[in-house]
Design a protein around this ligand. Structure first.
Ligand SMILES: Cc1cc2nc3c(=O)[nH]c(=O)nc-3n(C[C@H](O)[C@H](O)[C@H](O)COP(=O)(O)O)c2cc1C
Length: 157
């Protein structure tokens, strides 16, 4: 599409994307938060995120959340405030937060629920198809984090 007549061409256009804020964290689900509650969070988020141009994925397993959020900085900042104040989880650990000019990693997911068993596969797939250097660096850091602390055992202590 970049070769279409009239499209602004730039020497550094490779993966130029748009300005996106990324927020990646894990947290512990509060007592009483079960699969049905997570489904409600997903249903709400898909509607709300579509309206705010936010995409990403949410993993829930062993009482632990892992979420990747990406979108316009103003919208993501506002969502982070909501997420940080949400009593359905606690012990929020920020794994990655950055503002970059890049392509979306999950352009088709308004907020996709991913099973805990699939998380490494999803991130490894994303890493294999990623061309953006910043995405590659962030994904590598997160995979290292998951590798050093097995995801399945995080909620069991
Ligand atoms: C683990 C977790 C993930 C969430 N993800 C989103 C999300 O992607 N988008 C969203 O709009 N709300 C999400 N929420 C809900 C927000 O925390 C909040 O309830 C919602 O955005 C409404 O916030 P507001 O009343 O400040 O507008 C999530 C909540 C939890 C506990």
């Amino acid at each position: 599409m970049f070769d279409e007549p009239g499209f602004p061409r730039d020497a550094d256009l490779e993966n130029s994307g748009i300005t996106l804020e990324t927020f990646v964290y894990c947290s512990r689900a509060s007592e009483g938060v079960d699969d049905a509650e997570v489904d409600r969070i997903i249903e709400f988020s898909q509607r709300r995120n579509a309206a705010r141009s936010i995409t990403g994925m949410l993993v829930f397993g062993s009482g632990v959340f892992f979420q990747w959020v990406e979108g316009p900085p103003t919208e993501v900042k506002s969502l982070i405030t909501s997420i940080n104040g949400d009593s359905r989880h606690h012990d929020i650990v920020e794994l990655d937060r950055s503002v970059d000019h890049r392509e979306r990693l999950y352009p088709a997911w308004e907020m996709e629920r991913v099973e805990a068993d699939d998380i490494r596969t999803v991130l490894q797939d994303a890493l294999e198809s990623a061309e953006d250097k910043k995405n590659i660096a962030a994904l590598t850091r997160i995979l290292e984090h998951l590798g050093s602390e097995p995801f399945e055992s995080l909620g069991e202590s």
